[in-house]
Design a protein around this ligand. Structure first.
Ligand code: F6P
Length: 328
């Protein structure tokens, strides 16, 4: 659409591997279409304060492999207020921005909806290691974060095996168990605790460790999603129930760092491309999503109402693996 001359791009919320690849794709696509691209730094807060950097094809070179986000990220309290959002609209007017590509998770998209209601076209690109955005079956950064967690847990397993210990590992995911479940399956955990499944400590933890021990194992790996609660508490309960001395590791922010893997680089590139084309073709106020492998655009309001559930069939497979391993 000839009307689009200049767009802004920002990253907001928790960073995720692949955010930079998405920024690169947005900028390169905009350049191709003859659209100027302004980087908004520090998320929605930067749109309020006018914290900007001009971006061009060259300034996003060598970004594909970089973790973090060159645009910085933040969670803005001020943008939650009407006064803050009005200031942001003022910045868009001042800079002559015809649209915004907002890269982040659900929190970012709630902001996008509010801004779009004030007349600024916004397209969202889902990026969070939690994979908890309802409208899309994949969010940029999830696969890389899983791989980071797996690498760490494989290392933990070596030392747990050597000392014949029980490891309790807490992974991120906010209120969702996607990261914990995928990682738990991939490391062959003794037990995986996710917030979507009501915890029965005796059955889900004590019995799992006991069965593993009866089957001849002398080290145990318990993966806990942060949404379940503290891994330290789980460790204490294991000590009380079984009289063993677990070692607790909270993987924390290490899961958000590092170079994005192939899936995240490729998805980020496709999503960034689609986001700019949506704005160019006059389809603002949407979220770019993956559904059944393909990319779709979903109106923000509708997208925010969509719910995604942890795949209980995967949870079941994980249980079968555990059961089969411990069958005596
Ligand atoms: O949403 C991404 C995430 O890493 C969550 O998994 C985690 O709960 C949260 O962000 C941590 O946020 P902060 O960076 O503010 O500690």
């Amino acid at each position: 659409m000839a009307g689009i001359k200049r767009i802004g791009v920002l990253t907001s919320g928790g960073d995720a591997p692949g955010m930079n690849a998405a920024v690169r794709s947005v900028v390169r696509t905009a350049m191709y279409l003859g659209i100027e691209c302004v980087g908004i730094r520090r998320g929605w807060q930067g749109l309020i304060t006018g914290d900007i950097v001009m971006l061009n094809g060259a300034s996003v070179s060598h970004l594909l492999s970089k973790g973090g986000t060159i645009l910085y990220t933040a969670r803005s309290e001020e943008f939650m207020t009407e006064a803050g959002r009005k200031k942001a609209v003022g910045t868009c007017k001042l800079l002559g921005l015809d649209g915004i590509v907002a890269i982040g998770g659900d929190g970012t998209f709630k902001g996008a909806l509010e801004l779009s209601r004030l007349g600024v076209p916004v397209v969202g690109v889902p990026a969070t290691i939690d994979n908890d955005v309802g409208c899309t079956n994949y969010t940029i950064g999830f696969d890389s974060a899983c791989n980071t967690a797996i690498e760490c847990i494989d290392k933990l397993r070596d030392t747990m095996q050597a000392h014949e210990r029980c490891s309790v590992v807490e992974v991120m995911g906010r209120n969702a168990g996607f990261l914990a479940l995928y990682v738990g399956i991939a490391v062959g955990a003794t037990a995986v605790l996710v917030p979507e499944q009501k915890l029965d400590f005796e059955k889900d933890v004590v019995e799992m460790i006991r069965r593993a021990r009866l089957a001849g194992n002398t080290h145990f790996m318990i993966v806990v999603a942060e949404g379940v609660g503290s891994a330290v508490d789980i460790g204490n309960r294991i000590r009380e129930a079984l009289g063993i001395e677990p070692r607790v590791t909270v993987l924390g922010h290490i899961q958000r760092g590092g170079s994005p893997n192939a899936r995240d680089r490729e998805t980020a590139t496709r999503m960034g491309y689609c986001a700019v084309n949506a704005l160019y073709e006059g389809r603002g106020n949407s979220i770019i999503a993956t559904q059944e492998g393909g990319i779709v655009e979903i109106p923000i309001e509708e997208a925010l109402k969509m719910k995604k559930h942890l795949q209980m069939d995967r949870y079941r497979i994980m249980e079968v693996m555990q059961y089969g391993a411990h069958k005596v």
